[in-house]
Design a protein around this ligand. Sequence first.
Ligand code: PTJ
Length: 250
Amino acid sequence: MVDVPESHPRYESLLTRHRIEDGVEKGITSQQGLIAQGRGEAFDYLLGEETIPSADDAARAAAAHLLLADHAVLSVNGNVAALVPGETVDLAAATGADIEVNLFNRTEARMQAIADHLRERGAEEVKGLTADGRIPGLDHERAKVDADGIGAADVVVVPLEDGDRAEALADAGKTEIVVDLNPLSRSAQSAAVPIIDNIIRAVPNVTAHARELRDADEDRLQAIVDGFDADETRAAAERAIREGTLQRSD
Ligand code: PTJ
């Protein structure tokens, strides 16, 4: 990893870029992942590179859904594996969710590299390699999932997902929690819970809410789920992006 001085005004952003670059070098992240990150960064810049209150509400609703779920799965792609591998393992531990590698640009080498990368960070079981299930409505490669993983899940977390697949998962009846910095993306639009935030901040934030809600009873968790308004969350993020006071920056 390149050494980024903490004093640099864009320290977090540079560190994130290096993690993605490192992911590409390790065969974890696709080259398209670099482009996806650039697009995300532009939205994050307009959001002020912070978790806005509506994104925090969404993170709390996501935690409540995960704790109420019969079978929750965290989907991991090449960008997620590069940016938040340990944080994803922590979220799985805090909520009892499974972890499944699920790639848009699927190759067996990347599947294996990501599974190994997650195991090195403490994941006990990593699903996705069996690929004996299919998401209805998608072509063969992009439809592959584990039948006892995403295939059987009632709640799925899909960060930085391709819009087509996010829609297909929602159509398959899954409660979909999406992390995406673009509130107008098809993924964010099809989500029951859109978290419009950088995954670097969003995943640890959902974990923090899940830990805080660990002893909450079902009624309290259900009240959080019922009180969440996905449309208002998307609208709040869009307002923040369109009307935010953009400061001069480096
Ligand atoms: O590893 P693979 O093969 O599964 O491929 C993963 C990528 C991300 C390359 C693939 O799913 C893809 O091409 O995605 P898109 O269509 O570019 O969409 C990515 C979305 O994630 C965009 O709406 C970006 O704004 C958003 N995004 C990018 N970086 C971040 C982000 N959202 C949150 N945090 C980020 N760091």
